[in-house]
Design a protein around this ligand. Structure first.
Ligand code: AMP
Length: 521
């Protein structure tokens, strides 16, 4: 099925339901569908054909969802681009994806004028702006078209979304997500993440629609639920809490750093967040200490997911029922895990020869399901390396316990090898974050003339708290083996994060490794 039909069907069955609200704008499902149809017709008129690609560069706004669904309906691949990228970086993605048309929000007009000359394959640029020159006005394109559109028949393996990886470890690559992948992701959301999800639910998009929150929009739209889009360009915890109360939000996706901002927000008790049924978090490690605080402050609404661009939203999950503040030690240990494989997903841990290893043993996490991407766009080498023997090789290291729970340690590129010993930064981070003075921590490997790499902790502090390097190292020695304690600690105001709230370790490592060969940068 063309994934765009999720909208077509909801508009037919629930035409009057609120589909999108953003600031003062409101669209019903009938209006949303009409506008997506008009845009699909407009793309056609501009020469875009099924199989072509269209890039979308916008801050979160209703037009972003319209553009995504217009592309799905027209049988084109959509490339939602991270709005925080530097113009050189987004120009790379537009050019690499061979997008024919680019749709932008007004904030990007100037930058597009600058890079336009380097994009010979782009025939038209549409802008959601009241002053569209020198580009085409989005609204004018829509108003010239019919609101009727026959959704294009697609093959299950046709590309629907080119999901460029966030590039925390290298140059972005475009994961080709097909209609089959996105439908499986949607069905899996209903089965595992939010059983009973329906037209009365209200989903808040406080994270970028170009990434996690955009994936969640699909199941929301498939059930004619309301999508509340925040106009803020960065995550504002008080605004999020206020919106949860005013719109009776039931569902929301947040990266762990966003959850931390929410629970650290002094206004957390000022607003009623009891409507929240599912606060889905993931995309980066959630340290246990932070998770316990979140459970205490937010109540029984947390659900963890583990996925990646190459298997969107869906590899494993830690359900509501496993988020407990009491229980035997086995159950409590699960809070440190990424949960169990999703219903129709297979997960294995393998060694470097792709042999499955027994429970408890560390190895690379591989997965197989209808969720796994078709490959990387125009990159057969990376595709062959990642999709081997029918399994997606995630590049993540972890182990499963006897009950099949997955414990995710780190990305293989974040592993520290010191004196031949493998050290998993996550283990050290879990300890350091327990210190009352620590707000955030990242542990990295830095060059060491004797050991190859040594362990460095980079931390930011809770306001008005202090701790010295020596005290933190002693604190680690009390909790973990001596060889795992950091040799040095750097104090920073804020750890570098990408647009999706993930700590970018590559950026942290770069200054120490400059001019030195390393497998880790
Ligand atoms: P991306 O492709 O940008 O979504 O990044 C995916 C990567 O984020 C995964 O390969 C993991 O390294 C990390 N990640 C995603 N979900 C989790 C999770 N629940 N816990 C720890 N790391 C995660």
């Amino acid at each position: 099925m063309n994934i765009g039909k999720l909208l077509t069907k909801s508009a037919r069955t629930f035409p009057e339901n609120l589909a999108i609200t953003c600031g003062t704008k409101e669209l019903t499902y009938a209006e949303f569908n009409d506008r997506a149809n008009r845009l699909a017709n407009g793309l056609n008129r501009l020469g875009v054909r099924p199989g072509d690609n269209v890039a979308v560069l916008m801050y979160n706004c209703p037009e972003m969802l319209e553009s995504m669904f217009a592309c799905f309906k027209a049988g084109c691949g959509v490339i939602p681009i991270n709005f925080r990228l530097h113009p050189r970086e987004f120009a790379f993605i537009i050019d690499h994806s061979e997008a024919k048309v680019v749709i932008i929000s007004s904030e990007f007009s100037e930058a597009m004028v600058d890079v336009h000359g380097d994009l010979p394959r782009v025939s038209d640029i549409l802008t959601v702006s009241t002053v569209p020159e020198p580009f085409l006005a989005y609204e004018r394109v829509l108003s010239a078209e019919s609101d009727q559109f026959e959704d294009v028949e697609v093959a299950p393996d046709d590309v629907a979304w080119l999901f460029y990886t966030s590039g925390t470890t290298g140059l972005p690559k475009g994961a080709m997500l097909t209609h089959r992948n996105l439908l499986a992701m949607t069905m899996n959301f209903y089965a595992d993440m939010c059983p009973g999800f329906g037209p009365n639910d209200v989903a808040l998009h406080a994270a970028p629609l170009s990434h996690g929150s955009g994936c969640y929009a699909l199941p929301n739209i498939g059930k004619a639920a309301a999508n509340v889009i925040l106009e803020e360009k960065s995550f504002n915890p008080e605004q999020v809490l206020k919106t949860i109360e005013s719109h009776h939000v039931t569902n929301m996706f947040a990266a762990p750093t966003m959850i931390k901002l929410l629970i650290d927000c002094p206004a957390i008790d000022k607003y009623d967040h009891s409507s929240l049924k599912a606060l889905n978090y993931g995309g980066a490690p959630m340290l246990v200490d932070d998770l316990m605080q979140a459970m205490e402050k937010l109540g029984p609404c947390l659900v963890q997911l583990y996925g990646q661009a190459e298997s969107p939203m869906t590899i494993t999950y830690l359900p509501h029922a496993d988020h407990r503040l009491d229980g035997d030690s086995d159950r409590m240990r699960r809070l440190a895990s990424a949960g169990m494989p999703r219903t129709d997903v297979e997960v294995r841990i393998v060694d470097s020869d792709d042999n499955e290893v027994p429970p408890g043993e560390m190895g690379e996490i591989v997965t197989r399901s209808d969720l796994v991407m078709r490959g990387y766009w125009r990159d057969p080498e990376a595709t062959a390396e990642t999709l081997r023997n029918g399994w997606l090789h995630t590049g993540d290291i972890g182990y499963v316990d006897d009950h099949g729970y997955l414990f995710l340690m780190d990305r293989s590129k974040d592993l520290i090898i010191s004196g031949g010993e493998n050290i998993y930064p996550r283990e050290i981070e879990e300890v350091i974050v327990q210190h009352p003075a620590i707000r955030e921590v990242a542990v990295i490997g830095v060059p060491d003339p004797v050991w190859g790499e040594s362990i460095k902790a980079v931390v930011s502090l809770v306001p008005n708290r202090e701790v010295t390097q020596g005290e933190l190292i002693d604190f680690c020695t009390e909790h973990i083996a001596r060889y795992k304690r950091p040799k040095s600690v750097d104090f920073v105001e804020e750890l570098p994060k990408n647009n999706y709230g993930k700590i970018v370790k590559r950026e942290l490592r770069a200054k120490y490794w400059e001019g030195k060969a390393s497998h880790v940068i």
